[in-house]
Design a binder for this molecule. Sequence first.
Ligand code: SF4
Ligand code: SF4
Ligand code: SF4
Length: 453
Amino acid sequence: MSTIIKHGIDDSSPSFIRDLDKCIGCTQCVKVCRDVQKIDVYEMFVREDGKKYANTKNEGPVAETNCINCGQCVKVCPVDALRDRNQVEQAEYALANSQKTVLWEVAPSVKNFLGEEFSLQPGDDVTGKIAAALHKLGGLAMDTDFAADVTIMEEATEFLSRMKENSHLPMFTSCCPAWVLHAEMEYPEQLEHLSSTKSPIEIMGSLMKSYYAEKSGLPLESLYHISVVPCTAKKYEAKRPEMTTNGVISIDLVLTAREFATLLKKRNIDLAALQDEKFDPLLSEGSGGGRIFGRSGGVMESALRTASVLATGKKLGKVTFEPVNENDGITAAKLDFDGKEISIAVVNGIGNVQAVMEDVKNGTSPYDFIEVMSCKGGCCAGGGSLGRANRQNIPARISGIDKIDEQRELSNALDNREMMQMYDEYLGKANEGKAHDLLHTHYTKKKSAGSLN
Ligand code: SF4
Ligand code: SF4
Ligand code: SF4
């Protein structure tokens, strides 16, 4: 360990800041990390003056621990002793730079909770208002729902190929960077089970810095990609060297939804008062399957919708998940793909993953495909979402996401015309050639939260 930190700032984490002198000893971060996430990074210490404060167990930088950057401790801290790595000024700097074109993207769940910060109701869909806000800020507005559909094209194709070859099953989803890092630190022997498909925001970055640059004619070096997400771990993911596109950084800046709300308020943009506008062409059409990435179980459901059509030509019927453990932490279902039984599971919260992984390590897993999202409820309850310790808005956010899915004309990623045109004209076949080069990645054993190689 390089340093002992008992006072002041620990800015070692790529995802959040610790300010130990602000700690009031409430123990909330210790409890959420130990009892909910089951990562167990912190413990309580006593200062010379007798006051309690939280620190990492060995009193070292958090980046040198097994922290997964999920930000759930940041969400529960009542006093900014744990807070976002605030990068609002970097966004303003890029917006003011006449040499740059800012390309925004906004993750699925954010469009069903950002309104809460502007006196709207939890779950209200503010997709059109966000597009209007982005145009006011400056730059072009792209929708991560599009990239979620691309993720599904790649992941569903990859899953069917693994099923056919009976190799590296079960396959795990890989769009949650906190789960990926946890697997790299705790289960390095099992990494071949993770889907090699990049997360939606990384896919968006790869497409912006390749396909979009070519189609738009804008110089590659002028493109500045800002990703607005409900997630602190994405700040870490964006720094991973294996996420570059042909040697160019895919995501220039990640803002949490909290930082984005701060930026809008700084610019006196009242989201609630804006008239709906549309996101800009090429990377913005999204299916209902893309939007449900914002809640636990959504990635799995969306992948199966597409896999079912690709494998059998038939639409997926209703899938009924049954609880496997208490609190719905793991749910499972069986499907029939033209006589072939598929067993699937959804792990809702990283604290539930160990039981599933023990079976995988022992070669006794009953599943073919497993979704893992680190935050309980999924990204709509992410460490970078709105609301401190408050979880009461989560059910309404999930209902709002499901309502969009029901209302959208497009349900399946395969229905996405803008995406299918891109495959026809540019990428070719999913999970092959150019698509594989741009949209897939790899994983390596990692030592700690800040490891980038
Ligand atoms: S970010 Fe997550 S894993 Fe890291 S200390 Fe906080 S709660 Fe624990
Ligand atoms: S949640 Fe914040 S105030 Fe409470 S113990 Fe942790 S760091 Fe200190
Ligand atoms: S569940 Fe979503 S918000 Fe939470 S760490 Fe994973 S990707 Fe980020």
